[in-house]
Design a protein around this ligand. Structure first.
Ligand code: HAM
Length: 430
């Protein structure tokens, strides 16, 4: 049988890379916590309707990329392709009072059936935030400032913030007509999808990735010019707030983003790192308006999501070979059956003092055990054998120096923990 690789567009994540991911997530918890965001974990699987209604039935994600299936109860279910729709479903379930605000942070896997490429996966992972309930330009700006703070905190600084506005639903009715007039003469050059979009949802043409369509899209009027006075003023306030925060941005006149819920501000952070290639969007977000079941009117929110795979690529830490286990401080070698119980007890005493221990479990030759002690990266090897035990002692071998010593079994755990600079488990797990 050949090797069992993970499915295309998915991957296994081993230590030490997995530990790096946890650090990325924890940094997000800390930075976003400074802005009052609290973690929300929504299910990975939802009713299909949550995404169709939330993201928009005319979007690429809903039409072509969702992993949707019918379960045994004949329900249509979908693996979440993004986080916002599920978060809004959860918030609707709780209710948001008039003038109330909810600030949530989330992270985890998302699924889109896209053609896999460098930085484009079918199972990818996002860190995201949503501030739901208020409509103010300052909140949009603060969301982007927080994104900057996070990127800097994880050591990324070669990126650009692209900014635009899509105005409101009302603005888009008039603006759509202008865009249709601009695009109609190019109908022959258009990809098949854009021909359909011309009448059904002309805004999606602005987001088309097909090379042939990029040319006439670039010639389209800047979206902001097509918006109402009020929406342009809102956009101006967002820009002034960003200026006040000292955040640099570029207005991207045709940026509309691929999800239909956006209103007013939209933004993307693109990386200039040579390690990213074509998939250079590290994060995307914006302000939105989503109709929640049970609420009298649509609820506004603003947020963004970062792609963790792309964050890892932008940071470009050289890939390390995985040892197949976590970091180890001590390897306990066992000489003879009688030493087994003592070795197991010692391993627990050490772990209770926060020492990371691997203990021999097979009764192999001492040579094989010392080879493992060496390979696992332990600082100390403790040899527990019949002779030492008779003398009430164990042998401690310093793996990075060529010396060893005998210590009393009775004081072995505190003495080894002290050598390694560890203290008793503060949370009393043992
Ligand atoms: P999005 O732009 O679709 O927005 O995704 C956000 C980020 O997720 C992208 O910038 C990218 O880094 C990453 N990403 C997306 N698709 C893939 C993929 N196939 N492989 C690897 N990484 C990917 C959203 O998902 C919105 N929910 C963001 C948002 C939150 N807007 C408001 N609130």
């Amino acid at each position: 049988m050949g090797k069992l690789e993970p499915l295309p567009g998915t991957s296994d994540l081993w230590h030490p890379e997995a530990a790096e991911w946890v650090r990325l997530e924890n940094t997000a918890r800390r930075v976003m916590g400074l802005y009052g965001y609290a973690e929300l974990r929504t299910p990975i699987i939802e009713r299909t309707d949550v995404f169709v209604r939330g993201i928009g039935s005319d979007t690429e994600v809903v039409q072509k990329e969702m992993y949707t299936f019918t379960d045994r109860g004949d329900r249509s279910l979908t693996l979440r392709p993004e986080g916002t729709a599920g978060v809004m479903r959860a918030i609707a379930n709780q209710g948001v009072g008039e003038g109330e605000e909810k600030r949530v942070f989330y992270c985890g896997p998302m699924f889109r059936g896209e053609r896999p490429a460098a930085g484009r996966k079918r199972q990818f992972h996002q860190i995201g935030v949503e501030a739901v309930g208020k409509l103010t330009p300052l909140l949009d700006a603060e969301s982007m400032v927080m994104l900057f703070d996070y990127l800097r905190a994880v050591g990324i600084d070669d990126f650009r913030l692209l900014l635009n506005s899509r105005g409101t639903r009302e603005d888009r009715q008039d603006a759509s007509r202008t865009l249709q007039e601009h695009f109609r003469p190019h109908v022959e050059e258009m990809c098949e999808d854009c021909r359909r979009r011309l009448d059904s949802n002309v805004w999606r043409i602005l987001d088309c990735k097909v090379e042939a369509c990029r040319g006439f899209v670039a010639q389209a009027p800047p979206i902001v010019d097509l918006l109402s006075e009020t929406s342009r003023a809102y956009f101006g306030q967002v820009q002034r707030a960003l200026d006040a925060f000292g955040i640099a941005y570029e207005v991207a006149p045709h940026l509309v983003r691929g999800l239909d819920y956006y209103e007013h501000t939209v933004f993307e952070v693109v990386s200039d790192s040579p390690h990213l290639g074509a998939q250079n969007a590290l994060a995307g977000g914006g302000r939105y308006l989503i109709e929640l079941p049970g609420s009298r009117k649509p609820i506004p929110g603003v947020g963004f999501a970062l792609g963790m795979e792309r964050l890892m690529m932008a940071r470009h830490r050289p890939r390390q070979e995985s040892p197949g286990h976590g970091p180890v401080d001590v390897f306990i070698a066992i000489l003879g059956d009688q030493a087994e119980v003592c070795a197991l007890q010692l391993s627990r005493e050490l772990r209770a003092r926060q020492v990371r221990v691997l203990c021999e479990t097979e009764g192999r030759s001492i040579k094989a055990q010392m080879r493992t002690a060496d390979k696992c990266g332990a600082e100390l090897a403790v040899i527990v054998g019949g002779e030492e035990l008779a003398a009430g002692q164990v042998t401690v071998k310093y793996m990075r120096e060529s010396r060893q010593e005998q210590i009393d079994r009775e004081h072995a755990a505190p003495s080894i923990a002290a050598t390694l600079g560890r203290k008793e488990d503060p949370e009393g797990m043992y």
